[in-house]
Ligand binder design. Structure first.
Ligand code: ATP
Ligand code: MG
Length: 367
């Protein structure tokens, strides 16, 4: 059987990457102008794919580095990661850069451990936390000056910085990178509330220090074109109504749209296709343990009923909805929506995951 063109679990690369033209343009222009940028969206909207796509163009004239804060648990790991990942992406081989790297890092007492992939892990000895960390944070700029290059560093799930060492690290980080004219940063994350606090609250060091990009879903038009093309290129003719229905159900949610197409493709490729789109959707929903787990995580019945109202497109603050769903009153609704947003279930008062919306509707029966 041919490769399924709608593989949805891997990052979208090459011609599997849909649209985002204006976002790419903004990222590239911003980075090239030397300004830092922050990208946020709920989970699975395509931040990592977008950043890596922008790297394909940015690496023409600068080194590109991707650091995932999910892998970082303390300050010393942050320092190691910045130094190791920058080195890995700025030298074609470690040997070539060895004396430069060693000289630059001497005061941080580095040790070098060869890795299986041919790169080297650099571990620093952080003794005086603040002073040493400052040196590690300055390393990309120092190296960029010595090598006469530019570097862009993407830091994913950056909001985790506030769990590493509270405000001190944020202040230090901000003051160090402010001096860096050869290094540009792309911050991103899916804990939108926490990122907003870091970048949009007046008393925080990063306040208004970057360009903010809110990443939304993928517009229907390019998504539909992509879906038609990928079915047709492989000799499958799918009814336009079905494709419209897919987009209606997922509203352009990148991963869920592809997941639905992925299963539909498998159907079409099977010898005896027997399931309609609706049945395919239900099979997917029934087999997705995450949906039930998410529901079980919501303990409050007011929260559950508020979600139910939203799943049915009813306005949660209206008098009728509050009566119909027993939501008690406006302030209860407000608190419910805030909590659900913090949990990543809602975003701008909509259910983030379109499959979860369908799951809720199925669970609560027809209205
Ligand atoms: N532009 C795109 N074109 C095609 N598919 C995409 C695109 N963006 C995202 N996807 C699909 O959505 C999935 C999730 O994307 P990605 O991992 O980039 O999102 P993310 O926002 O970084 O997620 P997380 O919040 O979990 O880190 C990908 O595996 C890919 O299948
Ligand atoms: Mg990601």
């Amino acid at each position: 059987m041919q490769d399924n063109p709608f593989e949805y679990r891997l990052l979208a690369k090459g011609d599997r990457f849909v649209d985002r033209e204006s976002e790419l343009d903004t990222i590239i222009k911003t980075v090239k102008s030397g300004q830092n940028i922050t990208i946020y969206s709920p989970r699975r909207y395509g931040k990592s794919s977008l950043i890596l796509k922008s790297f394909e163009r940015l690496k023409e004239d600068r080194a590109v580095v991707y650091i995932d804060f999910n892998r970082i648990n303390d300050i010393s790991e942050l320092a190691d990661s910045i130094v190791s990942d920058v080195v890995k992406n700025t030298f074609s081989s470690f040997e070539k850069g060895f004396s430069l790297i060693k000289d630059t890092l001497t005061s941080l007492r580095p040790t070098f451990t060869p890795l299986d992939d041919g790169h080297v892990k650099i571990s620093l000895k952080i003794v005086e936390t603040e002073k040493d960390l400052e040196k590690a944070l300055s390393f990309p700029q120092t190296l960029a000056e010595k090598k006469d290059i530019r570097i862009v560093i993407a830091m994913h799930e950056f909001q985790r910085i506030s769990t590493l060492n509270g405000g001190r690290l944020e202040r230090l980080f901000r003051s160090v990178i402010q001096e860096q004219d050869r290094v540009t940063y792309i911050f991103s994350g899916s804990q939108v509330n926490m990122l907003k606090e870091i970048f949009e609250e007046g008393d925080r060091p990063f306040f208004k220090s970057t360009k903010i990009m809110k990443l939304g879903r993928i517009p229907k038009k390019p998504f539909i074109e992509y879906i038609i093309k990928n079915f047709e290129n492989n000799g499958v003719k799918v009814d336009r109504d079905i494709i419209d229905e897919i987009l209606r159900l997922t509203d352009g949610h990148p991963m869920r749209t592809k997941e639905l197409c992925f299963e539909l493709w498998n159907q079409e490729m099977s010898k005896y296709p027997s399931h309609s789109l609706e049945e395919v959707l239900h099979i997917l929903i029934d087999n997705d343990m995450y949906l039930e787990q998410t529901w079980n995580m919501i303990k409050s019945s007011v929260h559950r009923r508020a979600l139910e109202a939203i799943a049915y497109d009813e306005k949660p603050y209206s008098y009728e909805t509050i009566q119909k769903y027993g939501l008690k009153g406006n302030s209860h609704v407000q608190r419910a929506l805030k909590t659900l947003e913090r949990q990543g279930i809602l975003y701008e008062n909509e259910i983030v995951d379109p499959f979860f919306r369908e799951w809720i509707k199925r669970k609560t029966g027809s209205h």
